[in-house]
Design a protein around this ligand. Structure first.
Ligand SMILES: [Zn+2]
Length: 127
């Protein structure tokens, strides 16, 4: 089966995905480190509760960021797996080829722009 992406384009997208994966790994590690530091700080602060609300807030931000990063890391890993197979670069909904320009901007894209927009407009279609 021939593919609409050239070997060079695939290599470029793979490099972008791998780079993103490293970036996310790093940020996730930082936020998880932030979490454990916040936990530790909270224990210490049980004697001094004045700073506690701020620590709590930092902890919540770290947790929210970690969630987003974890989800994105999952998307990136799946995209890398697809890239090594044959189904990468095809829209999951309409099976059309996703243009290279879109993939370049968002290498983990699973759908063409039209289908993506349609899903955003109608959340019931979201899988
Ligand atoms: Zn589509």
């Amino acid at each position: 089966m021939s593919h609409h992406l050239t070997a060079g384009q695939r290599a470029l997208l793979e490099a972008a995905l791998v780079q993103r994966q490293h970036q996310l790994d790093q940020r996730l590690a930082e936020h998880q480190d932030g979490l454990s530091r916040a936990d530790h700080a909270r224990e210490l602060l049980q004697q001094d509760s004045r700073e506690a609300p701020q620590r709590e807030e930092e902890r919540e931000i770290d947790m929210a960021l970690s969630d987003i990063e974890l989800r994105e890391l999952g998307e990136v890993s799946l995209a890398l797996r697809r890239l090594r197979g044959e189904e990468y670069g095809r829209c999951r909904d309409c099976d059309l080829e996703i243009p290279f320009d879109r993939l370049k901007a968002e290498p983990w894209a699973k759908r063409c722009l039209q289908c993506e927009e349609m899903r955003e407009r109608d959340p019931r279609r979201a899988a």
